[in-house]
Design a protein around this ligand. Structure first.
Ligand code: SF4
Ligand code: SF4
Length: 475
């Protein structure tokens, strides 16, 4: 063995409650390091490169030579030690078909609220809104069933604007989609994200009967929520949202009701918001996302606020670990997502399913990458009448698979893969140009998640197989 270099881009080792765990970045596999592995890695990290004679000289008399050789061979096999280049830099795979599993239906561009940070470019008051015609929606459903290929289960997401301004359409389309899916030998799941201001008993009964997954947008307690989530006349909506959310939760829907919180300038106390949503209102889970805002927007997070958010998320994450060790579901869905990625060994070559597995139909039936791109000036990928524009989609996905130089050496690439296309679009106008603005946040959150994963896996390995985690994608 000649001299071998340490390949930082291929691993991350952290402490997990007194033990050491190592993330193998190219495969998102997590290993516990034994004493020999840990000592050997520390030695290599000190020197950045090693030769066999130096290893022998260092560990002779302290560890069994066979154990040191095995650990060295493992590090070489994993690419932690080696000649260079990430081992997961696979050639982009060409896209020749578009097997869609989830289709978002933009039932309306209208919303009855005027939230201060809304990202939508095409939002209108309900009376001026463009709505999706029934025929267009049926064509969209047929497109989904056609494009689903062999998938036995497909998903339809009702979106807006505010989807509940079109409840009659939701009811009709749910029944119609079920019938058409059954005829095609498939099952269909329904979900929606709502501001909950229009939710009534009739809707709740329908959602219960059809197991519709519901997420409610709410930003915390009355003071914070009403600063941002207001009617078109500027009045706060908290009282109505909280009352309707409680009613929905008490109705005992088959799928847990989640809260979606947008963190924007001045609203960053993650722990306090979480406690309020879980304990005072009773949501099954709550997830947090920093606002998507162009640079200079008054809603954009102020310098230092991202730090506060990350610190709050870590404090909440520590509560999550305590609960997980006892086998309890905590309800902090950002941690659920991270634990799920680590448990499943998720290694992304694309940041999300947008364009591959997921497409969104705008109110006029044009197809976009995801719900956030409908109504924007970005290119469409076909429409519900003519079908998916495979050539354009292939070009986009092909370009998206080219790993950016900066991501190539990043330990978070397997769970981030360059970040959200929409975030990039809002920041710089190009969905394929990562902003690199939140990279430190992403990497620190990964390190934290890795330590938590190790701690839970050591104390209660059954947690990851007991159905404690769930994932909802749309924000
Ligand atoms: S966008 Fe940043 S955090 Fe994400 S993979 Fe690239 S370098 Fe890493
Ligand atoms: S991560 Fe971004 S691009 Fe992907 S589905 Fe979500 S909003 Fe769309």
């Amino acid at each position: 063995m000649g001299s071998l270099q340490l390949q930082h881009q291929n691993y991350r080792a952290v402490d997990a409650a007194g033990r050491r765990v190592l993330l193998h970045v190219p495969t998102t596999s997590v290993f516990e390091l034994d004493r020999v592995g840990d000592d050997l890695l520390a030695f290599i990290e000190e020197h950045e490169e090693v030769r066999a004679d130096a290893v022998k000289a260092r560990f002779d008399g302290t560890h069994a030579p066979g154990a040191v050789c095995d650990a060295l061979a493992d590090f070489i096999a994993l690419g932690v030690l080696g000649p260079g280049l990430p081992t997961d830099a696979a050639a982009p795979r060409p896209v020749t078909r578009a097997p869609i599993g989830t289709l978002v239906l933009t039932l309306t561009t209208g919303c009855n609220l005027g939230c201060s940070y809304c990202y939508r470019e095409d939002l209108e008051p309900p009376k001026a809104a463009q709505v999706m015609e029934h025929e267009t929606a049926l064509q969209a459903i047929d497109l989904l069933l056609r494009q689903a290929g062999d998938r036995e289960r497909v998903g339809i997401v009702f979106f807006g604007g505010e989807p509940l301004t079109r409840f009659a359409a939701i009811r009709a389309l749910t029944l119609e989609a079920r019938a058409r899916a059954q005829a095609a030998g498939k099952q269909v799941d329904f979900s929606l994200t709502t501001n909950a201001t229009l939710l009534n008993d009739e809707m709740i009964a329908f959602f219960r009967e059809h197991a519709v997954g519901i997420a409610i947008s709410i930003d915390g307690d009355e003071l914070e929520h009403d600063r941002r989530r207001v009617t078109l006349n500027g009045r706060g909506t908290y009282q109505r949202v909280a009352a309707n959310a409680r009613k929905l939760i008490q109705a005992g829907l088959p799928r847990p009701v989640g809260a979606r919180v947008t963190l924007s300038r001045g609203n960053t106390d993650v722990q306090r918001i979480f406690r309020h949503l879980r304990e005072d209102i009773g949501f099954a889970e709550a997830g947090f996302a920093p606002v998507t805002a162009s640079p200079g927007s008054p809603q954009a997070l102020a310098p230092g606020e991202l730090r506060q958010i990350l610190d709050g998320m870590k404090a909440l994450g520590r509560d999550y670990v305590k609960a997980a060790k006892r086998g309890w579901h905590h309800g902090f869905s950002n941690m659920d997502h991270m634990m799920l990625d680590l448990a499943r060994g998720t290694h992304k070559v694309l940041p999300c399913g947008a364009g591959l597995g997921l497409l969104a139909a705008g109110a006029d039936g044009t197809l976009s990458l995801c719900h956030r791109f409908t109504g924007t000036g970005t290119a469409s990928f076909g429409d519900v009448t003519r079908g998916v524009d495979i050539d354009r989609l292939a070009d986009f996905v092909g370009a998206a698979q080219h790993v950016h130089e900066a991501c190539r050496g990043c330990r978070a690439r397997g769970i981030c893969a360059g970040g959200c296309y929409h975030e990039a679009y809002v920041h710089g106008g190009d969905p394929l140009a990562p902003t690199f603005e939140h990279c430190e946040f992403v990497r620190e959150w990964l390190d934290f998640g890795l330590a938590c994963y190790g701690e839970i896996a050591i104390a209660n390995p059954g947690f990851f197989t007991a159905g404690n985690m769930q994932r909802r994608e749309l924000t």
